[in-house]
Design a protein around this ligand. Structure first.
Ligand code: E4P
Length: 220
């Protein structure tokens, strides 16, 4: 499973890339607004220059024409750009148009297998089921991811699943277990994935014991 960061924060993205594990980024208007006063296009282009893999950014229009026009513009921003189109009826049509022009679409705000089915049929490169938001309303977000993965696999469709709206490391584990191609996660979740108290205690203990060995060597 590939790891993407769900953020528009340059420092966090740089760190993820330095770690050698982050291969893509997803952004949305809420994430960009957290970065304060920024030029949207320049920020996204900067992200695209840091990460070699796909960088998803969202259209804001709601009708087909506006979405397609926005997406065509955004697609010119960088080689690795992917346009996020919402899983609405208009979004399905816009995805079909864009896919026929070889513009990569991340079919986003997906909450059901039926939505995913239409997104894949329309030619979306990625489909993003929002796990956390489904869990928030008492549904099983990961079940939707599992169903979509199974469906795409069964029919051998090329669309890839991005498990999105990831809230904690357990979500990452589950996404990997059900075969999601990608998990896009907040930076904090990426950091949490590596943490374990026994690792910290172990490092500390080895360091202390090594100091003892060194101290004894000096006495020889
Ligand atoms: C994915 O592409 C979205 O940007 C994101 O995962 C949404 O997550 P949230 O539900 O935490 O806002």
């Amino acid at each position: 499973m590939k790891i993407f960061l769900d953020t528009a924060n340059i420092e966090h993205i740089r760190h993820g890339v330095r770690l050698g594990v982050v291969t893509g980024v997803t952004t949305n208007p809420s994430l960009v607004s957290r970065e304060g006063k920024v030029n949207y296009r320049k920020l996204v282009q900067k992200i695209c220059s840091i990460v070699s893999g796909p960088v998803s950014t969202e259209v804001l229009g709601q009708d087909v024409q506006t979405m397609v026009a926005e997406a065509r513009e955004i697609a010119k921003w960088a080689e690795n750009i992917v346009v996020k189109i919402p899983a609405s009826l208009e979004g399905v049509e816009a995805t079909s148009v864009l896919a026929s022009e070889n513009i990569k679409v991340n079919f986003t705000l997906c909450f059901t297998l039926n939505q995913a089915l239409l997104g894949a049929a329309a030619g979306a490169t990625f489909i993003s089921p929002f796990v956390g938001r489904l869990d928030d309303i008492g549904e099983d977000g990961m079940k939707v991811v599992a169903d979509i993965v199974e469906y795409l696999d069964y029919y051998q469709l090329p669309t890839q699943v991005i498990a999105a709206s990831i809230r904690h490391p357990q979500h990452c584990l589950m996404a990997a277990k059900v075969g999601a191609h990608i998990a896009t996660m907040p930076y904090e979740v990426l950091l949490q994935m590596i943490r374990h108290p026994l690792t910290d205690i172990g490092i500390e203990r080895f360091r202390d014991d090594w100091k003892k060995v060194m101290a004894r060597e000096k006495l020889l």
